[in-house]
Design a protein around this ligand. Structure first.
Ligand code: HEC
Length: 130
């Protein structure tokens, strides 16, 4: 009798452990998918708002218009190239208000929806690691 009960509760515990494990895997996969898609969407916005004209198709600062400007458009792969801050808040400020010092041509994009700006920031920060 007692042994039977033990069997049942062990089976129950193992079942629950498996469930918790599967749930954790599912949560991790969803988080990863969300992050990927934010970066992908960010890259789409980056291209459609014309950032690539100056900052290059892959963010290396070598866009077709880049030669004309001093200071040159930022190479987003190079952490040292961020003169106005590489963290989220600073990048958001650079995009939304532009850069108005040193004859910089970096325009303000104040009409881009906040969510799209956030996705572009995810994209730019993903380049910082490469
Ligand atoms: C007309 C050319 C041009 C376009 C278009 C442009 N940028 Fe820039 N951007 C620049 C230049 C030039 C700089 C460097 C300014 C400086 O260092 O003073 C810059 C700087 C920046 C910075 C700040 C980097 C730092 O020094 O910290 C960010 C972030 C940025 N651009 C993002 C974007 C995004 C996102 C877009 C598109 C929505 C965009 N830029 C469109 C020319 C451009």
């Amino acid at each position: 009798m007692g042994a039977g009960k033990k069997e049942i509760s062990r089976g129950f515990l193992m079942g629950r452990g498996l469930f918790v494990l599967l749930a954790m895997i599912a949560v991790c996969q969803t988080a990863e998918a969300d992050q990927l898609s934010a970066q992908d969407l960010g890259k789409d916005h980056y291209l459609s708002y014309g950032c690539a004209l100056c900052h290059g198709l892959n963010g290396d600062g070598k866009g077709i218009k880049s030669q004309q400007y001093v200071p040159p458009p930022t190479n987003f792969h190079d952490l040292k190239a961020y003169l106005h801050g590489q963290d989220k808040g600073s990048i958001r400020r650079s995009i939304m208000y532009g850069i108005k010092e040193d004859n910089s041509i970096m325009p303000a994009f104040e009409d881009i929806p906040a969510e799209e700006v956030d996705q572009m920031i995810s994209y730019l920060q993903s380049l910082q690691k490469s």
